[in-house]
Design a protein around this ligand. Sequence first.
Ligand code: SAM
Length: 330
Amino acid sequence: MATLPDDLQSALDGALRRFPHQDLSRSVDRLISRYREGRAAAGEVILHSEVDVAAYAGYRMPATFAAVRAVFAEVAAVVPEFTPRTMVDVGGGTGAALWAAQDTWPSLVDLTVVEQAPHAVALGKRLVAEAEEPALRGATWRHGVVDPGAPAPRADLVTLSYVLGELPEHTRADAVRWLAREADTVVLIEPGTPAGYERVVAARDLLVELGLSLVAPCPHERECPIPRGRDWCHFTARLPRVGAHRLIKEGTLNFEDEKFSYVVASRTWSRRSANRVLRHPLKRKGMVVLRLCTGEDGLEDTTVSKRHGDLYRAARDAKWGDEWPPADRD
Ligand SMILES: C[S@@+](CC[C@H](N)C(=O)[O-])C[C@H]1O[C@@H](n2cnc3c(N)ncnc32)[C@H](O)[C@@H]1O
């Protein structure tokens, strides 16, 4: 379960207490309909008032944090030697990726967010002001846009989380080229929908064409074997609904599952991930069936039974999104 760091949870709860609950709920409804109408990809700034940004942070930030944290955990598992010092998060909103990165890599000392919505920058700054980590408190927040004509973000880690779908379609490839130009490692995350996956797979192919190596989730750089139109590569992160988040969601469940698609590529690391578990493993008495994306043979269902001993025990513990066989995760 991906819980928010305590300092972020309390900063977020404090920030949301400034608004009546009904106002936040109304804003959430407004945001949902603006996104559904595709107004973000038509170039509209969706987060345009203080209460909208607070509603976004309350409604979505715990989930985007959980997704980004899960992706970073995979990167750290594939390349344990990766100890980034600098990060630029483009379209960073209220800073979910920053917190997730700091939680994964305490080596980070220089964090920058580039974000077009001034109220998101204001709330993001307010949240990091309460962080325990000095690097988070010292983050730089730049009011700016994805601009392939401007100098490219230069950092060990460059992230674009839940933003690609907000860019007009014809600008996405240039945005990916721009992000990858000066970055050591690029992380792109999108909602785990068929459309989100299509955007990720297009970016994946472009990153390979640009000469970067895929770090995760793919175990190979050939064409993605997922049967297009019938399935899509995505993963899931479970997060608790607590505090203001639970109130805003007005749901009865005390957790939710955030689905996401992602790709991570690097100029420095050419470490390939092992086979990737693509579904919740099917557990039967004495056996586990794993749906895998494999390095050599495309998609494969593999059965691990009790007679496989330790491997069977590992299969019982395997989760959707893990590498298989598992890398040593300390
Ligand atoms: C769905 S939110 C994601 C926020 C954050 N990255 C996260 O994962 O929680 C999309 C963010 O991208 C920003 N955005 C959209 N288009 C942008 C652009 N062209 N340049 C900079 N930021 C942009 C929006 O203002 C918004 O904050």
